[in-house]
Design a protein around this ligand. Structure first.
Ligand SMILES: NC(=O)N[C@@H](CC(=O)O)C(=O)O
Ligand SMILES: [Zn+2]
Ligand SMILES: [Zn+2]
Length: 356
């Protein structure tokens, strides 16, 4: 029997880029229409490194929501959960302030040079940040990791697997009860590590890494809108990620990593990394779970395991997905710029039912 309607506890997005300024105003409602909460990444220019900056940024998000033409209660009830950008200089006192704030829920590691706006990131995690990590472990504040090594001599497709041995294992040996999220997991090696490791470890998985392998970047020509970091991998990795997301392990949950970049900066001689998936996040995930024959696991992945890991209550309202084709827009406006969503112009088999 095929399911045509699926009502779930409202999902949350445990990894999102909302940007700032006019870009923020243009996109925040896309996330707020689908997700009850989202973990907002701190890689702004300049990065969000203090609790004071995180709370000011949160206020700008709330103001951007209040100014939306969409005044529905779903959009207006959206709760952004904030993060701090870890640097070599982050102090244990800042960690205490974060732990005391109800709005700051985690600290984000960007290895310096690994991805968009990571220049201010950490150069030597255990060498520079040990006291800060110690305090995070004591306070139960999770570390979210962009898990790729930055050594330019390492093949771009191997950077996640090598990160496990070079960074993840030494970190977790030094701080075995530190809560860690391996963000936007992309490899079988990553899946095996997260599934089997001792202690409080979890991972987010994007929709693009469940739906596509690296052929998508090159299909019929170079397709910049399929380029994100970590980069799409070969089919065996996509299969491992899909198996993990649809398994009964409580360690894998939803994080879109929706990462808007203006169209002209994606379609460029040196195009930016990031796929825009906030406008059709749940339609994409439902398509992936449906193709795997595991729609029954979508609610655990999207709405239950994330809050359980973070020690937050699950949402109390619901969202309904219907098997009705959803036409992905060709282009969206992004302040004074334009934005091309992932798989623009294509159709997905699942839509979201109208909500109040
Ligand atoms: N995922 C991406 O390709 N890009 C993200 C940064 C990140 O999450 O690594 C961005 O901020 O653009
Ligand atoms: Zn990242
Ligand atoms: Zn990201």
């Amino acid at each position: 029997m095929t399911t045509d309607t699926l009502t779930l506890t409202r999902p949350d997005d445990w990894h999102i880029h909302l940007r700032d300024g006019e870009g923020l105003r243009a996109i925040v409602a896309d996330t707020a229409r689908q997700f009850g909460r989202a973990i907002v990444m701190p890689n702004l220019k300049p990065p969000v490194t203090t609790v004071k900056q995180a709370l000011e940024y949160r206020l700008r998000i709330m103001q951007a929501l209040a100014a939306q033409s969409d005044q529905s209660s779903v959009v207006q009830k959206f709760n952004p959960l904030m993060t701090l950008y870890l640097t070599d200089k982050t102090t244990p006192d800042e960690i205490d302030r974060a732990s005391e704030s109800e709005h700051v829920v985690a600290v984000k590691l960007y290895p310096a040079g690994a991805t968009t706006n990571s220049d201010a990131g950490v150069t030597d995690l255990l060498g520079q940040c040990a006291r800060t990590l110690e305090r995070m472990q004591r306070n139960g504040l999770p570390l979210l990791m962009h898990g790729e090594v930055t050594d330019p001599s390492v093949d771009v497709f191997d950077r996640e697997a090598i990160f496990i041995d070079q960074v993840m294992k030494p970190l977790r040996q030094a701080f075995p009860s530190l809560k860690v999220v391996f963000e936007h997991l992309t490899t079988k090696e990553g899946v095996d590590y997260v599934r089997d490791a001792d202690g409080p470890v979890a991972a987010t998985i994007t929709a693009q890494h469940l739906l596509y392998n690296r052929n998508a970047i090159f299909q019929g020509g170079l397709r910049p809108h399929w380029y994100c970091l970590p980069i799409l991998k070969r089919e065996l990795h996509r299969q491992a990620l899909l198996d993990a997301a649809t398994s009964d392990s409580d360690r894998f949950f939803l994080g879109t990593d929706s990462a808007p970049h203006a169209k002209h900066l994606k379609e460029h001689s040196c195009g930016c990394a990031g796929c825009y998936t906030a406008v059709h996040g749940m339609q994409l995930y439902a398509t992936a779970f449906d193709r795997a024959g595991r729609l029954d696991r979508l609610e655990a992945f999207a709405s239950q395991r994330g809050p359980d890991f973070y020690g937050l209550p699950r949402n109390r309202d619901t969202i309904t997905l219907v098997r009705t084709p959803y036409q992905i827009p060709n282009e969206l406006s992004y302040g004074s710029e334009h934005l091309v969503p992932l798989a623009a112009g294509e159709s997905l088999p699942w839509s979201i039912a109208p909500q109040g």
